[in-house]
Design a protein around this ligand. Sequence first.
Ligand SMILES: [Zn+2]
Length: 75
Amino acid sequence: MTLAAYRFRAFTIGPDLEPWSFAMQCTNCNESSDPSEENQDAQDWAETHLKTNPDHRNYREHVTRPYRAVPGAWL
Ligand SMILES: [Zn+2]
């Protein structure tokens, strides 16, 4: 028979130092830009997409914000 002991630990989840990324998606055809660390790249993609597809007028922005769990005190 094996005995095991478990301990709980507090964690704090907060923003990580990794850069954010931005992408734009056309909700008319679901086509998306590549993720970019520059928000302007996503905006530029939407503008180009609109020029080539004048009836595609609805977009969704996807922002990815990295988070990290930092271990705290043992409980
Ligand atoms: Zn579209």
